[in-house]
Ligand binder design. Structure first.
Ligand code: S3P
Length: 205
């Protein structure tokens, strides 16, 4: 895979391209940020939502609100499997509502049911980052239970091996390394627009 953004065309007829604003182009679909911990899903998603004048939701925050406790507490008291069940349900609930920009937790897209739902109801954007970037960004907070199981760099490296081939199934890939977040947001917008135009081309007889 090359380092620049990649845009995969939808099958013919799946998108209209009524306008240049991605929110219009994708009329009715949510934009779903996927990627590893520290990829910038919330930071970029929030800015993207502002730019597109769409609501922003963070799946992790919604899970915590629904459970009445933190993700760390869910992992500790009920276990990861319980967290994953809640994550699947919360994302399904969000995607069944009005379109939003949704930042998912790093493991959400690994669930096949969630992935299928995202493909149906949303446009998935994989924010791809180098290991060093992920390690540096995640070191700023200590609230991620998976990163406490061993050396965080080792865990993230192992997760990259397992998860990148699945994240690759997403509609759009945008690199999210150094540089101002605004630049990444611009590149996501450009990729979304290009994605809409590919879909429109495919839809023509
Ligand atoms: C997880 C990522 C976290 C959170 C949970 C599990 C994962 O979200 O959902 O700690 O499996 O990668 P972020 O990706 O927003 O850190």
């Amino acid at each position: 895979m090359v380092d620049s953004e990649q845009v995969k065309p939808r099958p013919p007829g799946e998108n209209s391209s009524a306008g240049k604003n991605p929110a219009t182009v994708f009329g009715g679909k949510s934009i779903v940020m996927v990627g590893l911990m520290g990829a910038g899903k919330s930071a970029i998603g929030r800015r993207l939502a502002t730019k597109l004048d769409m609501p922003f939701l963070d799946a992790d925050n919604e899970i915590e609100a629904a459970a009445g406790c933190t993700i760390e507490e869910i992992f500790e008291t009920l276990g990861e499997a319980h967290f994953r069940d809640g994550e699947r349900r919360v994302i399904a609930r969000i995607l069944s509502g009005p379109p939003v920009v949704l930042a998912t937790g790093g493991g959400a897209y690994m669930d096949e049911t969630t992935r299928d739902l995202i493909a149906e109801m949303g446009i998935s954007v994989w924010l791809r980052a180098h290991l060093d970037t992920l390690v540096q960004r995640t070191s700023k907070r200590s609230n991620r239970p998976l990163l406490k199981r061993d050396n965080p760099a080792k865990i993230l490296k192992d997760l990259m091996k397992v998860r990148h081939p699945i994240y690759e199934l997403s509609d759009i890939v945008v690199d999210s390394n150094d540089g101002p977040p605004e630049d990444t947001v611009e590149r996501v917008c450009a990729a979304l627009t290009a994605f809409g135009e590919h879909g429109a081309k495919g839809a023509k007889p």
